[in-house]
Design a protein around this ligand. Structure first.
Ligand SMILES: [Zn+2]
Length: 182
């Protein structure tokens, strides 16, 4: 509500995207996705690929993370993986049947696999990724025929901002690369 809530000076790249301010009154899919989007903005500000995720249980946010591959030097440090680890700690069980994951981009093969392995109740994503998305985009890891746990999937929540922030980030990176060493 206050104008000063983003008072921490950004240390990385200036992000042209503003954080969303969803109404606290309606806790729908768009509300939780807005929280995930805001984590994507945080990721951009420290020069990480802008993807954010939250995990919700009974309406309460129990995990929140963004992509941290660059900072950690860990290729598995995707937003979803970090959020799933946090959620399992919080719940005290690796089975997350009661939990819902909100993530700004369709999960990759690794993260889609992790949603199955953690038995997440539902995955909600923003932008569907036709190249690497494995929950209906390029493939459907969650629908392997012999799985006995079925993850429900909802696609396309706040798709536009979730897609635009990623596209803008990669365009910026490509622009830099043409003048750099790559
Ligand atoms: Zn991933």
């Amino acid at each position: 509500m206050s104008a000063g809530e983003d008072s921490t000076p950004p240390k990385g790249l200036p992000c042209p995207f503003e954080k969303l301010r969803p109404s606290q009154l309606v806790r729908d899919d768009a509300f939780y996705m807005a929280l995930a989007f805001n984590l994507a903005v945080d990721a951009w500000r420290i020069d990480e690929v802008p993807i954010g995720a939250v995990i919700v249980r009974g309406g309460e946010v129990i995990a929140a993370a963004h992509n941290e591959v660059e900072r950690s030097g860990d290729p598995t440090a995707h937003a979803e993986m970090l959020a799933i680890t946090q959620a399992a700690r919080k719940v005290g069980d690796w089975r997350l049947n009661e939990c819902e994951l909100y993530v700004t981009k369709e999960p990759c093969p690794m993260c889609a696999g992790a949603t199955v392995m953690s038995r997440l109740g539902r995955v909600v994503f923003g932008w569907g990724d036709p190249k690497m998305g494995c929950m209906g985009g390029a493939a459907s890891v969650h629908q392997l025929p012999k799985l006995n746990h079925r993850v429900a999937v909802t696609a396309g929540v706040l798709e536009e901002p979730c897609r635009d922030i990623l596209r803008a980030y990669f365009e910026l990176k490509r622009g830099k690369d043409t003048h750099g060493t790559a």
